[in-house]
Design a protein. Sequence first.
Length: 748
Amino acid sequence: MLPLTRGSDEHVIRRPVHHRRGALRPALAARVQRAVLGIACWLLLAAVVPRAQAEDGYDLWLRYRPLDAAQAQTGRSHVAQLVAPAATPTQRAARDELRRGLRGLLGADPGTADAVDRAGALVVGTPASSAAIARLGLDLDGLGDEGFVIRSVEVDGRAATVIAANSDIGTLYGAFRFLRMLQTRQPLAALDLRDAPALDLRLLDHWDNLDRHVERGYAGQSIWDWHKLPDWRDPRYTDYARANASLGINGTVLNNVNASAQSLTPMYLEKAAALAGVFRPYGIRVYLSARFSAPREIGGLDTADPLDPRVRRWWRDKADEIYRLIPDFGGFLVKANSEGQPGPQDYGRTHADGANMLADAVAPHGGVVMWRAFVYSHEEPEDRAKQAYSEFVPLDGQFRENVMVQVKNGAIDFQPREPFHPLFGAMPDTPLMMEFQITKEYLGFATHLVYLGTLFEEVLEADTYQQGKGSTVAKVIDGSLHGHGLTGMAGVANIGSDRNWSGSIFDQANWYAFGRLAWDPHASARAIAGDWARMTFSNDDGFVGPVVDMMMGSRQAAVDYMTPLGLHHLMGEGHHYGPAPWVEGGPRADWTSVYYHRATPEGIGFDRSSGGSDAVAQYADPVARVFDDPKQVPEDLLLWFHHVPWDWRMRSGRTLWDELVHRYSRGVAYVRGMRETWSGLAPYVDAERHAEVAAFLAIQEQEAQWWRDASIAYFRTFSQRPLPEGEAPPPESLEHYRSLSFPFAPGN
Ligand code: BDP
């Protein structure tokens, strides 16, 4: 038998070798020598090139990895000691987070002290909790309960930094901000920062069922382990609260909007109360989705009519019961008379009647009702995009003070791109709350890298012109346009039981961006992406620049390869995975793709102009005029508002057909570019996270290609035109794409 080649000796069957103790045989000695040399070289390399340790993403953006030596030195000189009270749970949360963060970032625990006795102290507290802060007499007016200041000051003649607020929660938010400054390498000298959230309610909506299935969830099961609650409180709940508090998120709706009445039974309320107890120190209130027919399903009544005194009494009693268990319960979120859910219209009542009944039940306890405007009725033959506006505008001014109408960013349904919802600005007497979707139901699930910060920003910056120029959506929801005191933003959560929380590392950025924009809807998506990339991966400019650029273009890329030029709702039926522009038939037209794209041999697009469904009329001038004119409408929305001939001349000079194909290919090319960019960034990222992102980008490229090919194969049966020069034809037949089926696609 031939000897095995050198270097593959792991395949050699080893026999025990007998030799004198202490004396190595020459060959073995040489091997040991080589090994020692190898290890020495490796150690030397490891010292010079800091290799990131394997990470699974659990730590999110709160990784607190060591700063480099010089930065750590500067950091230590500003945090020579920590003077922070620890008398309440929230104070302890702030102090513990600072210690955890400082230990990680600076490599040293500054320890805690009761009073400042050296230069470079970090002093945390409120005028009530800290004598030092009380003596400073800082101006904390206008910060409310959640704002804070971070300032470089002198305490008893010694240089110090203070994190001060009117309440413990404000100091917790300030603590997280200070840590972010360290994490993102901000200067720590001469600080004078003052910040407070622009919106009152900054909420995650979990579409989580009691059996732990997450509707439209792509990150595993629900993190709420209902079966083991209330006795087992998974430590993960605390990390959830920390992550949210680090962004200023202050509420969580625990259960799906397609709600089970069981959530309101004593057993489940006790479980919700246990979660509320974990979240409370972090300033996070618990809310519940309420099933409108609960009085019938669990209350023994034969009606859920909101004007029936027995029903009203049942909800009042239910609210009292909830508040006995959860004194700071936030309130109810309601999906009513939408997609088969029960609601007041079942009894001939209006959305206002339903919302007000619940509002009256929670009002004595300070609760709110978030009533969703995502409605489109079964009977209504009207363009679905118009229905919410038609139903809700006439109700403006009829809601109680503690009701907010929660409006999705667009009028159809969380599509890759939609024009802003026409309700924004159109209900001046009702506080409107924004609903974004963080989970990527229509944007490639967990494997597509699509940064939603730009989608959120685009909507928030959109000008409704409802009160003249500058009436942006952000000003509608921050209350400043119509002078509302109650304001809010909700995001449909992308959180699940996966170790990395969101199903992918880059989906964490969407949770992050949502939280930051809920705190400040005027913030910049690019700046937020930069902070996230620094905190999540690396502060190296060689990394941050390319990653942020890649993120910033990623949403447009998804629009391009899925639904370019204003196309929408062409995803796989039910699960919404992959392309299916051919979907037709079934129970209702507006659940099909053909309803939305309306392709014919003449042209393509949904005519919502004044000559069509006239959805444009729901916008204020001049928005309505611009949208109504196919020559003026932004081309990204062309087919949303217009049915246009295939030879329509685009601004690029191409025909519509050629432009459509060009956009599909452009989207795929962008993903290919992201793969290249990412592969060049390996030196900055630990191997584990780098490999996962790379693998997901490969999936994304395949699926982007699939979207392009299937869409082109389908639409060319209408356009009857050749592909533009240089464009590859779809490799498979249309029948092939149509035959693909995914009965077990997640989230459905
Ligand atoms: C749609 C989802 C569906 C939700 C619905 C909603 O497909 O699962 O229940 O939105 O927001 O996008 O109520």
